[in-house]
Ligand binder design. Structure first.
Ligand code: PHE
Length: 450
């Protein structure tokens, strides 16, 4: 953010800059690490199908909702709810978002650390330094995990201290197209390998009998996680957005980019899982239950790069993990920006100090996770799968019944002149008041009762 001398807040440099930043927040490990892993453990194409339904029916409307709250108040999630209503409960929703952000960031940093360490694993493997490569690729080595988590958090803190617009806008502009190119190259390569078609079939040919309550919950959680929703990241990013911009259009682009990249990652990773399995890597047990844990992509992709062979494999491997690290960085930035903006706005702490303190606090949790990676699944379940949709539900209720969709539409209108005459107003209002909350409640309730 270009920080102005009068306050700690800034604005994005341009509309494109905002879309890049929000897409940078959305596109990350969620697309390339979490989405394929979830799809593989939840029935492949059936998961993809429900995931896309969740994105369209819940994700996009909630994204527009968050952006409108943020831009209207120009505040962090807690301050935003305070500014829009005298109701004492809703600032707690903002606070819950801040907490989810802190907890998600704490494990995200460890996985981002794995991503970055694999840049070196690729290089060491290629140059014959197997020993060094094995040390770095050992997910149970707490010290290595901690070192890379520290490095990653250090970078994130440094960027947030400087204010984010320049860095994020520039990094994303370069990273996103390159990442897409590499994903396409790899997906095409994989598709021509013997055995890949089995993976493609699992990924693209839905078996609707596989749809269970668990799958639907996982798909909804994935939609929230991947679109960075439910915890106020987009309230915060929206707060730096100029009134001239069309929120509906911006949200649509971000959603499209995010889903597109996740879909592409699935095209690469689902077949790769089957190739790896054919080579003896244990991914499912006899009963068809998913065995591979959060480290799955870090186990199977390096094999693929070796198989591609020579300098091409090295170049693709290094660039892939490097770009994925950058994609993760533009997401950790948005995760840290939420609690930081809260401390800046609500406690009047200067940006540099706030970013440092919050970052160090999160880092302590990350270090604990580095030595106990088994914690990742449970923290992810509580704060992403349950926490984010819960946040999204309360945001919908807030707009629908407290702030009122009318006021949100007034905000959207500033950058979308004809919004009142378009179909959008009616449809979106119905979604925010009824459809989104009802779907989220049903899915969460069936989980609680299960
Ligand atoms: N959307 C990010 C990803 O897919 C993660 C994230 C979640 C970022 C929530 C901000 C808020 O990697």
């Amino acid at each position: 953010m270009a920080t102005t001398p009068t306050n700690n807040r800034g604005t994005w440099n341009s509309k494109f800059g905002f879309i890049l930043a929000a897409a940078g927040s959305a596109v990350g490990l969620g697309n390339i690490w979490r989405f394929p892993t979830e799809a593989a453990s939840n029935g492949g194409a059936a998961f993809l199908f429900i995931y896309i339904i969740c994105v369209v029916l819940i994700g996009l409307p909630v994204m527009i909702a968050e952006l409108s709250i943020g831009r209207s108040t120009q505040k962090n999630p807690v301050g935003a709810f305070k500014a829009l209503s005298s109701n004492k409960f809703f600032p707690l929703v903002g606070f819950w978002g801040v907490l989810c952000g802190v907890m998600i960031l704490s494990f995200y940093t460890v996985i981002a650390g794995w991503t970055f360490s694999h840049v070196f694993v690729e290089i060491f493997t290629f140059t014959g330094l197997e020993g060094a490569a094995n040390v770095l690729a050992d997910f149970d080595n707490g010290f290595v995990n901690a070192a890379f988590a520290l490095l990653f958090m250090g970078l994130t803190i440094a960027i947030i201290r400087g204010g984010v617009s320049e860095g994020i806008e520039r990094a994303t502009k370069l990273m996103m197209p390159l990442l897409i190119v590499i994903l396409v190259v790899m997906a095409v390569y994989v598709m021509f390998q013997p055995g890949a078609s089995e993976g493609l079939e699992v990924y693209l040919k839905p078996d609707f009998s596989l749809i269970t309550g668990e799958l639907v919950l996982a798909a909804m959680g994935q939609a929230f996680f991947s679109l960075s929703l439910g915890m106020g990241a987009l309230i915060t990013y929206g707060s730096y957005l100029s009134k001239k911009e069309n929120l509906v259009e911006a949200a649509s682009y971000v959603t499209l980019a995010d889903v597109g990249i996740a879909f592409l990652a699935g095209l690469l990773i689902m077949p790769t899982i089957f190739l790896a399995q054919a080579q003896g890597v244990e991914i499912y047990n006899e009963a068809g239950e998913f065995l591979a844990g959060p480290a799955l992509i870090f186990q199977i992709l390096p094999e693929l790069f070796v198989q591609m062979g020579g300098l091409v494999g090295l170049a693709l491997g290094v660039s892939f993990f490097f770009l994925l690290s950058l994609a993760a960085l533009t997401s950790t930035i948005s995760l840290l920006e939420v609690p930081t903006s809260y401390i800046i706005d609500e406690y009047g702490v200067r940006r540099k100090k706030a970013a440092l303190y919050v970052g160090l606090f999160v880092l302590i949790i990350s270090l604990i996770i580095s030595f106990n990676t088994a914690l990742i699944d449970s923290i992810d379940f509580i704060f992403s799968v349950i926490g984010l949709p819960l946040g999204g539900l309360l945001i919908c209720i807030f707009i629908g019944y407290f702030w009122k969709t009318r006021s949100a539409i007034d905000e959207i209108k500033q950058g979308f002149k004809d919004v009142r005459d378009s179909w959008f107003t009616t449809i979106w209002s119905i979604f925010i008041k009824f459809i989104c909350p009802i779907i989220i409640i049903i899915i969460l309730a069936q989980t609680l009762m299960g």
